[in-house]
Each structure stands twice: as C-alpha cells, then as structure tokens.
Write a protein that binds this ligand. Structure first.
Ligand code: NDP
Ligand code: GDR
Length: 356
C-alpha cells in the first residue's frame, strides 16, 4: 500500500484551516496541524474530524507550536516530514493589527520567514521536495490602484497586517526564485462561512440577527458601512489553495468572485432575509473604524479560472442566506424567512457537522 501524502497546516484551528483539513482528508492525505497552547480548548472547528491518535484510523494529528517560535517549527518539520505546507496561521484581524502591530508583524511577516527558512534547511538536508502555500490577502492591494485587482496590480497596504502580508508575499517569491522552492502565493479576497470568526463584519452581522431574534441582543454596533468587499465562500477558496500546489509550476493567483458589495448591501440582504429592517437595530460606534480604510476591493480571478480551472460555486445571496441560517440554527431559532435564498437541504449540507 502506498503511503498517504502528508500535509502540514499552520492556522488549522481557523476558518480556512478547518475547511482545508476536511478537503485534504477527503483526498486521502494525512493531515498535521500546528495549534497554540491555550488555557481553554479552541479546536471547535476541527473537533468533528479529530480522531484519537491512538486509533489506527487516525489521519489528523495536532502539534503544539507557534509562528513566533522558529525552533519548534523546525522540530515539527523533522517529525512530520510533510510534502505540502499551507501557511494559514496569522493574527488575521485588520483592526486589531493597528492595536498590536508588533505582534501582528511578528506572526504574519517574520513567522512566514521562519517557516521558509526551516523549509529551506529541511529540504536541503532530507532531499524531500516540499510545496509551500502562502495565505496572501487582497488587503495587500489596499488603496485603489486599479479595478479589478489582479496578479499584476501594485500593492499599497494600509494596515500593519497588510504590510506584513506584503512582506510575506515577497519573501515567498524570493524563496521560489533564489532556492527553487515550489512556493505559491494565493491572493485571496474576503471569504466567509458559518465558521467565520465572530468579530469579522459578516459573521458579526449574521450572529447578531440570530441573537436579536432569540432575544439575546437589542442593538448591533458597527463602524464604516461604505467600504466594499469581494466576498466569496471559504470552502471554494480552500479548494483553490490545494489546486495551486498540484500544478507543474509554482505561481501566484488571485482568488475572488469579481463582484463587490458594500457593508450596507450585506446588511440589506441579511436582515431582509428574516423580514427585519437593519435601520432599526444598527448603531454607529467609532471604535470599529480603522485609522486607514480599504475602500474598494474587487478581484479578477481570470488566471485562476484559466490555469486552475477554479470558479466560485456559491453566489453572494446564497452565502448570506447560508450564514444567517447557520447562526439561527446554532441558537435553535426557527428561521422566519418566507423566501429562502437557498434551499434548506443545501444549507444543512454546507454547514458540515459543525452544528450537529
Ligand atoms: P482565522 O483568524 O480564522 O485563523 C487564524 C489561524 O491562525 C488560527 O488557527 C489561529 O490560531 C492561528 N494563529 C494565530 N496566531 C498564530 C501564531 N502566532 N502562530 C501560529 N498560528 C497562529 O483566519 P482565516 O482562517 O480566516 O484565514 C486564514 C489565513 O488566510 C490567514 O493567514 C489570513 O490572514 C489569510 N486570509 C484570510 C482571508 C479571509 O477572508 N478569511 C482572505 C485573505 C487571506 P488560534 O485558533 O489559536 O487563534
Ligand atoms: P477585512 O474584514 O478587514 O476586509 O479583512 P472585516 O470583516 O474585519 O472588515 C470588512 C469591512 O467592514 C468594515 N466594518 C467592520 N469590520 C469589523 N470587523 N467590525 C465592525 O464592526 C465593522 N463595521 C464596519 C471594516 O471597516 C471593513 O471595511 C478580512 C480578514 O479576514 C483579513 O485577514 C483578510 O486578509 C481580508 O479579509 C481579505
């Protein structure tokens, strides 16, 4: 019997890490993830796919480590011997990066460099060829230079987070060009799901709707409602990550839907879905403004379509419906929607076992 391919994921407990793990397990990989030690469990998103490692059928393994700790990264590489590495770990909140710039840059920028250096030595010593995916972001485009944004659009980062992602992007390009590492940058536009962190604006809205209907919340406090984002579905986007590492040549790709919507559009759709008017609930709080904002993101995924055969499978309206339905279900609230945007079977199937 042939050995399964081994993949290593940083950020496995996050939104994307959980969907990517599911995808790789379905494809027969042995999946290893790096988790941080925390005082309470934070593995909710992957609990449903975790099997006790003593079980001979176990295919998912977790290792304690941190992108700020290079020695541990090296040790884990030696132990796991992966052939694919997905670097998804990050302090990924743009607003928070203004409050904690040094930590954000250390984890996102230096963390990527530590991992690349560990891979370079490991590959050199063992002769095992490693393929590396770097989780780049549309935030790197920042201040509008060109619409829609594509692989050749110049970067103009507008936050400590985005600056660190630009650094990580170019380090990844450099390791490809200097050492022949099979390294790809995905430049992913915003992608959401029922597993999205609760402080990102989409999930904050859909979770608030469920809590309002459950009588647990009266108001929803938000910042800038005018910015526009190109929002896709996370499960589609992790498929693109995997595809990038299966190509003959390592390259960089924009992954996006080529549609853009404002926060107001999201509010309209989400509240209308449950027959509420968001103006009755949403209040402004300047705390959620950023010192510098990214006003407009819309990506051109033509290269990914042509070379990877990748296309998004879920529309904006379906995504909003899916997220609202999932939050209602998580609180046990009956959906009041008289005009379901997606059929219920689809929603149940797409939610996975997270809320089972
Ligand atoms: P999440 O915030 O949901 O997950 C981030 C993950 O990184 C978590 O597993 C977190 O662990 C881990 N992490 C945080 N700090 C460290 C550290 N110092 N060392 C190791 N791991 C760490 O992010 P997403 O899943 O949404 O995004 C995945 C990646 O893609 C991130 O790099 C993000 O910046 C990038 N990205 C995301 C986009 C999106 O729209 N979602 C778009 C473009 C790029 P813990 O659970 O312990 O906090
Ligand atoms: P973003 O996502 O910054 O694009 O980064 P986020 O959902 O945080 O913000 C999107 C837009 O909504 C506005 N906004 C608010 N945002 C939050 N979080 N909370 C609020 O209350 C609020 N009110 C208005 C923001 O100002 C912004 O314009 C996400 C992250 O996943 C990054 O890691 C990733 O790289 C990019 O997407 C692509």
């Amino acid at each position: 019997m042939t050995e399964p391919k081994r993949a290593l994921i940083t950020g496995i407990t996050g939104q994307d890490g959980s969907y990517l793990s599911e995808l790789l397990l379905q494809k027969g990989y042995e999946v290893h993830g790096i988790i941080r030690r925390t005082s309470t469990f934070n593995t909710d998103r992957i609990d449903h796919i975790y099997v006790d490692p003593h079980n001979e059928n176990a295919k998912l393994f977790l290792h304690y480590g941190d992108l700020t700790d290079g020695t541990t990264l090296r040790r884990i590489l030696e132990e796991v011997k992966p052939v694919e590495i997905y670097n998804l770990g990050a302090q990924s909140h743009v607003r928070v990066s203004f409050d904690s710039p040094e930590y954000t840059v250390d984890a996102v920028g230096m963390g990527t460099l530590r991992l690349l250096e560990a891979i370079r030595d490991y590959q050199h010593r063992t002769g095992i060829e490693v393929r590396f995916y770097q989780a780049g972001s549309s935030e790197m485009f920042g201040k509008v230079q060109e619409i829609p944004q594509k692989e050749t659009t110049p970067f103009y980062p507008r936050s400590p987070y985005a600056c660190a992602k630009v650094y990580a992007h170019w380090q990844t390009v450099n390791y490809r060009e200097s050492y022949g590492l099979f390294a790809c940058n995905g430049i992913l536009f915003n992608h959401e799901s029922p597993r999205r962190g609760e402080t990102f604006v989409t999930r904050k809205i859909t979770r608030a709707i469920a809590r309002i209907l459950a009588g647990q919340q009266k108001k929803l406090y938000l910042g800038n409602l005018d910015s526009k984002r190109d929002w896709g579905y996370a499960k589609d986007y992790v498929r693109a990550m995997w595809l990038m590492l299966q190509q003959d040549e390592p390259e960089d790709y924009v992954i996006a839907t080529n549609e853009t919507h404002s926060i107001r559009d999201f509010l309209d759709l989400a509240f209308n879905y449950v027959n509420l008017d968001w103006h009755d609930f949403v209040e402004f709080d300047e705390r959620y403004l950023r010192p510098a904002e990214v006003d407009l993101l819309i990506g051109d995924p033509a290269k990914a379509k042509q070379k990877l055969g990748w296309e998004p499978s879920v529309t904006f309206a379906q995504l909003v419906g899916l997220m609202v339905e999932a939050d209602l279900q998580a609180l046990g609230v009956e959906s009041p929607s008289d005009k379901p945007i997606v059929d219920r079977a689809f929603i149940r199937q797409e939610m996975g076992s997270m809320f089972d």
